[in-house]
Design a protein around this ligand. Structure first.
Ligand SMILES: C[S@@+](CC[C@H](N)C(=O)[O-])C[C@H]1O[C@@H](n2cnc3c(N)ncnc32)[C@H](O)[C@@H]1O
Length: 216
């Protein structure tokens, strides 16, 4: 029997919330590839070898190499890209770039956009996600997400700039309108510094001023 993941392990829940909406053929995006656990999971959900696509970002070449290795070890075809035009057909596309560049690379509305924030496990802990880049990436993610799609973020407040990052993301999500979005936060109750989870679901595209007037 597999050892169960701890109840408070938010990556476990991030995968459960992604699997609930993903199907073969979808596009999923990993904003922080890291060691490739999330990219591999997303690739399996969308059946990237035959049907769907995964686009994964990381600023560290070490992380992209590590993700590529994990995918290959699991018989998932993956390609490093540098230009949006290289995203063609099914597959996993890996980009050594900041997730702020998401808008340039997203080829169609993604069903899931995942971000596991913080630093690379087993890597340089001084290189971690930061508000100045994760906030623009999250704003773009909200715009690009497919209707019914989910933005899933594991927020790690234990690193140097984690508190600031957590606060700016919270402020951004608090501006969302309940008629257009569902948002939940899952927090370990007795470990206040542990990572927590945000899941944002797009209920429908934002209504234009004209649509709002027609409805009133
Ligand atoms: C906690 S790790 C991600 C774990 C990963 N999802 C996995 O499954 O192994 C966070 C990653 O975010 C990356 N990162 C930091 N700033 C970034 C940025 N602006 N754009 C993309 N990746 C970034 C780090 O290099 C690190 O690899």
């Amino acid at each position: 029997m597999n050892t169960p993941q701890p109840l408070t392990d938010m990556t476990r829940w991030s995968h459960a919330f992604a699997a609930e909406v993903l199907k073969a053929g979808d596009l999923a995006i990993d904003l922080t590839a890291g060691r490739g656990h999330d990219s591999l999971f997303l690739a399996q959900c969308v059946d990237s070898n035959s049907h769907g696509s995964v686009l994964a970002f990381d600023i560290q070449p070490e992380a992209v190499a590590s993700t590529l290795e994990r995918l290959e070890n699991n018989h998932i075809t993956a390609t490093r890209i540098t230009r949006p035009q290289q995203i063609e057909g099914p597959g996993v596309f890996l980009l050594t770039a900041s997730h702020e560049r998401l808008a340039l690379f997203v080829p169609r509305p993604p069903k899931v956009i995942m971000a596991n924030l913080g630093y690379l496990p087993g890597g340089d802990h001084t290189i971690a996600t930061q508000a100045q880049s994760s906030l623009p990436a999250i704003k773009t993610a909200l715009e690009e997400l497919a209707t019914g799609g989910r933005l899933i973020v594991v927020v790690y407040i234990g690193h140097d700039q984690g508190q600031e990052e957590s606060q700016v993301i919270a402020a951004e999500l608090q501006r969302l309108q309940p008629r257009d979005w569902h948002v939940i936060k899952m927090v370990p109750f007795i470990c206040t510094q542990a990572p927590y989870l945000l899941v944002v679901e797009k209920r429908r595209e934002k209504m234009s001023q004209r649509d709002l007037l027609l409805r009133s």
